[in-house]
Design a protein around this ligand. Structure first.
Ligand SMILES: [Zn+2]
Length: 659
């Protein structure tokens, strides 16, 4: 139920949420990188000035002699940045605006006052680009020992670009993300701190965030951020300060727009802590308020049931204005951006799809904080797979808006999730090995097709091979085991093994770690009337040129079907033979050989042969060759229906000796 708006309601919201935060704090995780930030938005200069106190613990077994920081906004500094070079100045099909962004550090000191800034240098571990400024390294006067915690004070000045890739401004709207100096992840093998790429996202350690945001007074009540709002305070000079806190997250983003329509709601489900939902809506999208809220609750429920409850007390959903869609469709801890159009019909499933997708990242990215640079399929692909399930369960799998594209298949496959938009994978199936770092795909099309779509189709295929309850067990095991940690693909494969008692490494070798395509086809299907045999046959007087009486009369139909593996990758498949009189025969083939032949020496007339009739192998790149109709014959042998038992036995015998 929508809650009343206004100042008192906002304060009530904050105190309730704080209570929830206290209650759940015990179950959350040990901080590694925590931030206290005070910042001030300068709307004239499109800049945020801030002071940051970073508390960082070396959790490895190795001393850290240096520190590395992400300075993401420098991706927008000039056309020589790695981000700009890789994107070719384009994003989601649009030219990037020549509106520059940057982040400069003006002070960096340790708790004892020693200066680190003088030792700062820029490094480009991924591509050696000497002009990229998105990763900085500083030398420490003394190495941080294993288990030791240090504090670093940093003053910074961030200049925001016009919204293009996730972050920036449009008019009075601000989406402030990737905006503060952020420490990399220190591992036993050293710093994991990648540059900002055109096709990659993020990786960071969990910590506690306490962020104060000072904005002009016209933004009163219209600031949203990661976490719980714990303070609102007037400042001199027509300014107002908002303070947000959230423990056990690994990033912090915020937004401000005087036009926001603030809608509060609550998600309630038995045996699960309530989640306060705050929707920050553009006034022209007011008509879609209910759709946004329903989708948010569908997501909280749908993901929570499979992967465990959402652990944070708040969730903020941002609806960016027209012209700022570059800030839409993005995820930060407890904070997502969606997007819609004023006239979006319900059948387009927008804003539903994007809201549910971005919420899903609260799991695949938020809680299961895999390395998005190195293994982007673990967040995007797994989430795409779950989004299809959650959207399909709540809104139906069919997308009528897409059926107009006119896909037709011999066994009547409609356009629906999870195939739907994931078909884009089929066009570029062999271009890249799916398991590649985000910035190493041949094209951005291949990146999207592999990381999102192939992963989603592989996961959906696995679900169909295992059965949904078993797949859910594997997902839950993975989610429970790796919540608040950094799982890898190997950890997922281990979870599947532990949930099923079987090793599915072969499946991932053939999908994630392969550029091979799956393509099964019925290449031959024939059915002919059985003729009396010819030749020499045994008789009392020796061999005679006449068949014995029981074979002399031609009876039934002889059918031959050949199913072939046209792709490099083998998967177990089912084969369906459909005969006259509504008789069907199903067989399972391990799919390993290049082909398999099915013969029926004597039976009803074969009407149709289909490989993978249940559409389990969603990775099959060409479904148009999966079925073959045997041409209709007017002499329909209906008499066979009465003799089903006989011919079925005959059929099974023949099939078992098929080669
Ligand atoms: Zn995503």
């Amino acid at each position: 139920m929508p809650r009343a708006k206004g100042r008192s309601a906002l304060l009530a919201f904050a105190s309730q949420a704080s209570l929830a935060l206290t209650l759940t704090a015990a179950s959350l995780t040990r901080p590694i990188a925590s931030y206290q930030i005070s910042c001030r938005l300068d709307t004239e200069k499109r800049a945020v000035e801030g002071t940051e106190l970073l508390t960082w613990t070396n959790t490895t077994a190795k001393p850290a002699a240096t520190l590395r920081f992400h300075l993401y906004l420098n991706a927008f500094r000039n056309t020589l940045s790695t981000f700009w070079r890789e994107s070719g100045g384009e994003r989601r099909g649009d030219r990037l605006p020549e509106s520059w962004g940057s982040i400069e550090l003006t002070r960096m000191t340790l708790a004892d006052g020693s200066d680190l800034l003088a030792s700062l240098s820029y490094v480009s571990p991924d591509d050696g680009n000497p002009y990229d400024r998105t990763v900085a390294e500083v030398q420490l006067p003394r190495a941080v020992q294993p288990g030791e915690t240090i504090s670093i004070s940093i003053d910074f000045r961030s200049r925001l670009p016009r919204v293009s890739a996730r972050t920036g401004w449009k008019g009075d709207f601000y989406l402030v993300a990737q905006w503060f100096p952020k420490i990399g992840v220190f591992q036993d093998k050293g710093w994991n701190c990648h540059q900002f790429h055109a096709s990659s996202e993020f990786f960071a350690d969990f910590g506690n965030y306490d962020v104060s945001i000072d904005v002009p007074v016209r933004y009163r009540g219209k600031v949203g951020a990661t976490g719980v709002r714990v303070e609102e305070r007037n400042l001199p000079g027509d300014r107002v300060l908002y303070r947000f806190r959230q423990d056990s997250v690994h990033d912090f983003a915020w937004t401000a727009d005087p036009d926001f329509l603030v809608v509060d709601d609550v998600f309630r489900e038995p045996a699960v802590a309530d989640t306060q939902i705050r929707l920050l809506l553009q006034p022209e999208h007011r008509g879609q308020q209910a759709r946004y809220l329903k989708a948010t609750k569908v997501a909280l429920s749908g993901y929570g049931r499979v992967l465990g409850p959402y652990p944070y007390p708040t969730l903020t959903v941002v609806d960016p204005p027209w012209g700022a869609m570059g800030a839409g469709g993005m995820e930060y801890p407890t904070f997502i951006t969606a997007g819609t159009h004023r006239m979006a019909p319900a059948s387009a499933q927008s804003p539903e799809g994007v809201t549910i997708h971005e919420f899903g990242h609260q799991y695949f990215y938020g809680l299961l904080a895999s390395n998005e640079f190195e293994e982007p399929w673990l967040d995007e692909g797994f989430n795409e797979y779950m989004e299809d399930r959650v959207v399909g369960a709540a809104y139906g799998s069919n997308r009528p808006v897409l059926t107009a594209f006119g896909f037709r298949f011999p066994i009547g496959v409609a356009v629906h999730r999870p195939l739907d938009t994931n078909r884009r994978y089929f066009q570029v199936a062999t271009e890249d090995v799916l398991a590649s770092p985000a910035w190493k795909f041949r094209t951005r099309t291949s990146y999207g097709a592999n990381v999102y779509s192939k992963t989603a189709l592989a996961m959906a295929t696995l679900e169909r091979l295992l059965g949904t309850p078993t797949m859910n067990r594997a997902l839950r095991l993975y989610a429970d085991r790796w919540r608040f940690r950094h799982p890898t693909t190997a950890d997922w494969i281990a979870a599947v093994r532990d949930a099923t008692g079987r090793d599915y490494r072969w499946f991932f070798d053939r999908t994630f770690y392969s550029s091979g395509a799956v393509d099964y086809a019925v290449v031959d299907a024939k059915s002919e009337k059985v003729e009396p045999p010819k030749g020499l046959f045994e008789s009392e007087g020796g061999l005679v040129e006449k068949p014995p009486a029981e074979l002399a009369k031609g009876k039934g139909w002889k059918s031959v079907v050949t199913v072939a593996r046209l792709g490099d990758v083998a998967m177990p498949v089912e084969v369906l033979l459909r005969f006259d009189g509504n008789h069907t025969y199903r067989s399972t083939w391990d799919g390993e050989a290049r082909w398999k032949r099915f013969r029926v020496d004597r039976g009803p007339r074969l009407l149709e042969a289909v490989v993978d009739p249940g559409e389990k192998i969603l990775l099959d790149v060409d479904r148009t060759n999966n079925g073959r109709l045997v041409h209709a014959d007017p002499r329909a042998a209906s008499r066979w229906t009465a003799r089903a038992v006989f011919w079925m036995q005959n059929l099974i015998d023949s099939l078992t000796i098929a080669w």
